[in-house]
Design a protein around this ligand. Sequence first.
Ligand code: GLU
Length: 448
Amino acid sequence: MTGKTVRVRFAPSPTGSLHVGNARTALINWLYARHHGGEMLLRMDDTDSERSTKEYELGIIEDLGWFGLDWDDFARQSARQDRYDAAMERLKEKGRLYPCYETQEELDLKRKILLGQGKPPVYDRAALALSAEEQAAFVQQGRTPHWRFRLLDEPVEWDDLGRGHVRFEPGHLSDPVLVREDGRPLYTLSSVVDDGEMFITHVMRGEDHVVNTAVQVQLFQALGYDVPTFAHLPLMVGADGKALSKRIGSLGLAEIRADGTEAVALAAYLAHLGTAIAPDGSETMADLARNFDIKGFGRAGPRYDPAELETLNAKVIHHLSFDVVKDRLAEAGLGDADEVFWSAIHGNIAKVSDAAYWWQVCNGEIDPAVDAEDRDFLTQAAAALPEGAWDETTWKTWTGALKEATGRKGKQLFLPLRRALTGRDNGPELRDLLPLIGRDRAAERLRG
Ligand code: GLU
């Protein structure tokens, strides 16, 4: 591979929205390309015209943009039928593509029989043995053929960046159908033609594609393309240890985003999931790309845990500078929020949207939480609020004096004040919040 510019692709089918599994594949390709100073192609695998929609395509593009990924090239399979037709012709000329006339029912029956005999349900190549007359007879009956790729009866081997050396023995794979009855290519063919003609050097995808790869390696060779390097990564599993379902639900990228997840938190989480490195929330996308190592992934399916992602999200927010978050605060109606406010709160919020509450605490109305037995203490605390200009020392001065006067300390001293001033048991440091809340507002909340 040396000397060649690394070129990878992410090839979603626009038949649904992106889920976290797709996002991980996209991210890994992007990180690999950027790490190696290479290029990334975004390809819409939209040959399934019944199920592919423009809306899904736009949604995928929007989600990838939010995620912080970009690409150097874009293609749509639906616009490349002529390339697939040309490839079919080449395969026919080489005797590697043969017409088959079995109906789905006939194929299902063959499968059942083989399975019943305890044999692998490998296609028996009956169509390969048809004479010209037999073929003509099928056509007479009104049957239109689908086309299969004749595999060579030799082992298929490759060195996989995810799985090490992989070997498939001959006879274990069915000759795959490459062309439907209506002449449209199936993914196996269109993907190889595109990867070959777009000079893809590395194909990185989930390990559910390993069998496809075995077939595709022979197809790359039959079509005279360079065989790319493959990396098959173990699929993520859910909390139950089972493969993440492709159904969207809470695993959709759009939902994860709407949940307040920072794109870079998701990226750091997915880039390190299944590796020996625990992200600390400080890495930018550029850092992730620089540090990326495709060989760092273990062989077991890593567990996708939304709770871990949430924890990392909070860490990421602790590292977010005001400049980065400014526009989003403005979008959330906090256009007046400044750096002092952000510095006061960002160490103690889990999502950027939590800022809205703390903005209210500092600038608006909240419901102070007060226990009846603390009422007198809080009145006393209000009376003891320091005069003059407030800064980050005010809290200490004030609570020091209250400690002296009341004998309260620790939680007994601090919690009622926090609850009255912020309405919550936890949150940003009161040392930082108090000057932002200001004397009048503080006094009012303490007096109840
Ligand atoms: N469109 C295929 C999929 O979404 C692409 C697989 C591949 O990366 O080759 O599964």
